[in-house]
Design a protein. Structure first.
Length: 158
């Protein structure tokens, strides 16, 4: 069972890259995002809840094995954050899948790496697996906000 938790936490191995594990790990969820792009909202929400549950279940064990609760190779939280970013772009825009996923991916990685407030606050102030997960969810929500602002601007000037 511990091995299953570890493999889920490292994104089925996508986070085990020696360089940029957060980015390579985030790439691991993209095939599922592509499959879900035109799915109904309930599918997006169900998968999101599954990813959050798997994150909270698997991160503590992987953190113990890797010696750090927020070890870079733990990427299930990136999967949840990227899923949230993809959901936002898919629901707010009519972008084709390749463009939408590119925007979601680049936006998510940008906010996950730079960690503007409250992403940084979540990472520093929320303890344990919740904190590991919360900063990635906040980064995903930033993508929602950015896309919503651009859509509104486009509506105003278009």
């Amino acid at each position: 069972m511990n091995s299953l938790k570890f493999w889920i936490a490292v994104g089925l191995g996508t986070g085990l890259s020696p360089k940029a594990p957060g980015t390579t790990g985030t790439l691991g969820i993209l095939p599922l995002v592509v499959l879900a792009w035109d799915a109904p909202v309930w599918v997006w929400i169900l998968v999101f809840l599954i990813l959050v549950t798997l994150s909270l279940w698997s991160i503590p064990e992987a953190g113990r094995r890797l010696g750090e609760i927020d070890h870079g190779q733990i990427v299930i939280d990136e999967w949840a954050g990227m899923w949230l970013a993809g959901f936002g772009v898919a629901m707010i825009t009519d972008a084709p899948v390749f463009i939408g996923i590119s925007v979601a991916f680049l936006g998510f990685r940008f906010f996950d790496i730079l960690k503007p407030w409250p992403v940084s606050w979540c990472e520093q102030r929320i303890p344990d697996a919740w904190g590991v997960l919360a900063d990635d969810l906040a980064a995903g929500l930033y993508v929602h906000l950015l896309v919503a602002v651009f859509v509104m601007i486009n509506m105003l000037i278009g």
